[in-house]
Design a protein around this ligand. Structure first.
Ligand code: MRU
Length: 375
């Protein structure tokens, strides 16, 4: 199947190249990141966004960090224990820094954690010969290559995961369905085909003729600017609505199902996603419309028991008061509340689409089973 025509994140030579999503749909411009600070900045200001995309960016961000930390050391000269100690501390510091760029999507800490685990394995292989693979030494290139390979694997898995979620998600859909979506959980939010959009793209290719409604998604307009951009580019029948129109469409029988992404799902199935998702889930229940969350297993967080434990990112008031207006549209001095995500209770979610299959309630059991590899 044809891939998206854009690349959200790509490595080109020494640079991590990311599509600047703050400029879409007006400009398709790519940013070159060379340092961990560049990647932090891109994640923070949402030039790269969407749970798995920021995970992949975080992984490669650690590759850039490793290159910086090891700069000046010869590529293939063994590192002394003292040098290795300094490198370890510097990498840990940069990992914590990068991880602090956005708090809600678990994929960021998941990816940084995986990359750092690979680094630790390399480090430990110097002292341990448990599996008969003890190394005598490590070099700067060993470390850089190990971190790069780990980051690259996360990107490849994200791509494969999208395809698999697409197939499973499509089993829930029928030709001609009218689908409502929120924020952007498409190709732009991943490095592949998209999470929530993968079933839509697969159905599109197989002649399902879906009609997709995109919530504009205040305040950053991921639906109006990004989802409509990529869906229409892929030839999907796309209609943008304001967030406050969803109830009207549902009440008039114009929506057959809701599909959204997820930034962190707790072990009990409560899922954090873009602010406004909860409202849609409540409405969908009222009108008897299936509500599907698209959640790769990398977004399932077994260390978070319930949605109440999920940290919700608060963003700048200016995003609400003036970002898209010629002039400020809220009187000076008025307070603004701008949480970037909300948590949808598991009881409102009809099914969870993962790359390992579709999960149904009780989620505590189905999530545990999928994470323990029993399905
Ligand atoms: O603030 P954003 O634009 O990063 O929020 C993104 C979302 O809420 C997506 O729905 C979510 O990340 C899932 S897509 C992989």
């Amino acid at each position: 199947m044809e891939k998206c025509t854009f690349r959200t994140i790509e490595v080109k030579g020494d640079a991590l190249v990311m599509l600047d999503q703050t400029l879409l749909p007006l400009e398709e411009k790519y940013i070159e990141a060379y340092t961990v600070e560049d990647v932090y900045d891109c994640i923070k200001r949402l030039a790269v966004r969407g749970a798995t995309a920021i995970g992949v960016a975080g992984g490669y961000g650690m590759w850039l960090a490793a290159k910086e930390v090891l700069q000046g050391l010869s590529d293939d000269k063994p590192l002394s224990p003292e040098e290795l100690y300094v490198v370890s501390i510097a990498l840990d510091e940069r990992a914590a820094y990068l991880n602090s760029s956005r708090p809600t999507a678990v994929n960021l800490s998941y990816a940084i954690g995986r990359v750092m685990d690979e680094y630790r394995r390399l480090e430990e292989s110097l002292s341990s010969d448990k599996e008969g693979i003890a190394r005598q030494y490590v070099t700067a290139s060993d470390i850089i290559n190990t971190i790069f390979d780990a980051a690259d694997r996360i990107r490849i898995e994200d791509d494969e995961c999208c395809m698999s979620k697409g197939e499973y998600g499509l089993t829930l859909l029928k030709p001609g369905m009218r689908i409502l979506t929120h924020c952007n959980a498409g190709g732009l939010a991943t490095t592949g085909f998209g999470g929530a959009f993968a079933p839509i793209y697969m159905g599109q290719e197989r002649g399902y003729g879906f009609k997709v409604y995109c919530d504009e998604t205040r305040p950053l307009l991921q639906g109006a600017r990004l989802s409509s951009w990529e869906l229409s580019k892929m030839g999907v029948d796309t209609t943008v609505i304001c967030d406050n129109m969803a109830a009207t469409l549902m009440s008039q029988g114009m929506i057959d199902c809701v599909i959204v992404g997820c930034d962190r799902m707790a072990a009990n199935g409560d899922g954090a996603n873009k602010i406004g998702t909860l409202g849609l889930a409540v409405l969908a229940k009222e009108y008897g419309i299936p509500f599907y969350m698209n959640v790769p297993t990398s977004t399932l967080d077994m260390n978070t028991k319930t949605g109440a434990d999920i940290v919700i990112e608060q963003r700048a008031p200016e995003e609400v008061t003036e970002l898209w207006y010629e002039k400020r549209m809220v009187p000076e001095g008025v307070k603004v509340f701008n949480p970037a995500f909300d948590v949808t209770d598991h009881s409102l979610i009809t099914a969870v689409i993962t790359e390992k299959g579709v999960l149904y309630p009780p989620y505590e059991e189905s999530i545990r089973a999928v994470m323990e590899g029993d399905r």
